[in-house]
Design a protein around this ligand. Structure first.
Ligand SMILES: [Zn+2]
Length: 186
């Protein structure tokens, strides 16, 4: 997968070079490539404009909510035995940092399995999957968490790019393409 990605980057560089005058400094071409590496489908400015600074989601009954502060870089869609059943779209950050989960009535119910390194957390009233959360902190002392973007207003997350993750076999990200959350919403 990494080779395919690097291959597409090389193609971008070669195509761009062929369009510039011989006197044009190479740094101009490299600048364009670095933007493409960050988000091949759009410029950084475009990505910031299409993602609100704070994104919120709530479960169907409204008992549990989450807040994601800052731009959401991508939505992970995963084919592991759990995620494919949930049909979930994950946005990752750290608990209490980028992500805050609000559960005032303690409606969340945790499900753990396998190595018991993380929990999937559901609203006990309406059954919606709200988050997964690491059961122990990362090396930086913060706890990894992800929230389900399907609980957000569709318009707020429609333009977030999809990051396909092969959680079933290779356990690696797949090469990015142009699809966004809107492409898998229905
Ligand atoms: Zn609920």
């Amino acid at each position: 997968m990494a080779e395919q990605f690097i291959g597409s980057m090389r193609t971008t560089l070669v195509d761009w070079n062929s369009q510039i005058a011989p006197t044009e400094p190479l740094s101009s071409a490299l600048k364009v490539v670095s933007v493409h590496q960050e988000r091949p489908w759009m410029t950084t400015e475009e990505a910031q404009q299409t993602t609100p600074e704070i994104t919120r989601g709530t479960c169907h009954c409204g008992a549990v909510g989450w807040e994601f502060r800052g731009a959401i870089p991508d939505a992970t869609i995963c084919n592991c035995t759990a995620c494919r059943r949930y049909g979930v779209l994950w946005a990752y950050e750290y608990d209490g940092q980028g992500i805050h989960v609000d559960d005032p009535s303690s409606a969340l119910t945790a499900y753990t399995c396998g190595s018991k390194s993380l929990s999937f957390n559901f609203c006990g009233r309406c059954g919606n999957l709200v988050s997964w959360r690491a059961l122990s902190p990362s090396s930086n002392g913060q706890t990894r968490i992800a929230v389900n973007l399907r609980l957000a207003d569709p318009a707020d997350v429609a333009n977030i790019r999809l990051q396909r993750f092969d959680g079933l076999h290779s356990f690696e990200d797949l090469a990015p393409d142009s699809r966004t959350v809107a492409d898998v919403w229905f």
